[in-house]
Ligand binder design. Structure first.
Ligand code: NAP
Length: 319
């Protein structure tokens, strides 16, 4: 059997959402011939989104998968290559850094940008998954605009749920927050704002057990712990705000992460390992937008370029 191939590159970019692909575009235009380890499935959260109306340059809106495909083509045009595989393990303790993929061999890189993103948590109900993009969303900033004059349920009891609920009052006629415990987890300031808002109502100590609707959301079935039977809240939207999980598993032994698993950085993009940079939602849990991820990808590429100019490749071992 043949040994899996080893590729040596100046810059490897892990992840192919807006952060990774923008980093690739900038690095390719700086003649770094980056290699993108795309992940499977490739493209990140935007590929799970339908209409994107808030990415500048597309006044008529654009479908999330198409936006990603265009970014990928633009990066490829200037010399980016792609490996559509996941990274299974890394050794970042010395240069060249080593990235081992699932089935497409090993990559040696003089610099690395980690742009693996974060995944929204879902309730994992079959109809919730079926109706994603058809009334079910995990991003009020992205999708709230589509719910003008509608009734919405937000699930979650943390700061994100309060922020989403408050934001959604700009569009919705009524926002019902459903939380699984009697007490909210959110900070008292955000709780206070939400509780005082005339459009926001709370159903506490309750679980969402189903999402109704054939082609789009029509109602949310909740089971309150103290009630005898489930009941349906009429709603055309369900916003799931139960947290995000950064995709950092393979890097956690090699790079510093915070208590939630997000990469820790200094000077915006620098991880604790010189030559390894972070871009996008893998460390930015605050803004989480396609356009901010793209901007951070640009910054990481410029920082990686500077690093490679100032830190030439080490001589091969044994010389
Ligand atoms: P979070 O604080 O982890 O809250 C997640 C919420 O979802 C919790 O109320 C949790 O319930 C609930 N939940 C988790 N899994 C669930 C499930 N399977 N079914 C039903 N409910 C579930 O997440 P977050 O609100 O996204 O906030 C993350 C971090 O960002 C926090 O540190 C937060 O303070 C920060 N943040 C700050 C701001 C701000 O200051 N403006 C805004 C947003 C986020 P339990 O309470 O029962 O665990």
């Amino acid at each position: 059997m043949n040994d899996p191939p080893v590729r040596s590159v100046r810059l490897a970019i892990v992840g192919s959402g807006p952060a990774g692909l923008t980093a690739a575009l900038y690095a390719a235009r700086a003649n770094l011939a980056p290699l993108v380890l795309s992940g499977v499935p490739a493209g990140g959260q935007l590929t799970l989104t339908s209409e994107v109306e808030n990415f500048p340059g597309f006044p008529e809106g654009i479908q999330g998968p198409e936006l990603i495909e265009r970014m990928r083509q633009q990066a490829a045009k200037f010399g980016t290559t792609f490996l559509d595989d996941n990274v299974r393990s890394v050794d970042l303790s010395r240069r060249p850094f080593v990235l081992v993929t699932g089935s497409m061999g090993t990559v040696h890189a003089e610099a690395v940008i980690v742009a693996t993103g974060a995944n929204a948590r879902w309730l994992d109900l079959p109809n919730e998954q079926r109706l994603r993009g058809k009334g079910v969303s995990a991003c009020a900033t992205c999708d709230g605009f589509f719910f003008k004059g509608r009734e919405i349920v937000v699930v979650g009891g943390g700061d994100s749920a309060m922020e989403e609920a408050l934001f959604l009052t700009k569009f919705a006629t009524r926002v019902t927050v459903v939380h699984r415990r009697p007490q909210l987890r959110a900070s008292s300031i955000l709780q206070g704002r939400a509780r005082e808002h005339p459009k926001i109502h709370f159903v506490l100590d309750a679980d969402i057990v189903d999402v109704l609707g054939a082609e789009s959301v029509e109602g949310i079935v909740v089971r309150e712990r103290k009630a005898a039977a489930p009941r349906t809240i009429p709603a055309q939207g369900l916003f799931v705000a139960i947290g995000h999980d950064p995709a950092t598993e393979v890097f956690r032994h090699a790079l510093e992460v915070d208590s939630h698993g997000y990469l820790k950085t200094t000077e915006i993009t620098h991880t604790n390992v010189p030559g390894v940079f972070a871009a996008g939602d893998v460390y930015d849990h605050r803004y989480r937008q396609a356009v901010t991820a793209a901007g951070l990808g640009c910054m990481a590429a410029l920082d990686a370029q500077k690093y490679l100019e100032e830190s030439p490749a080490p001589a091969p071992s044994g010389t």
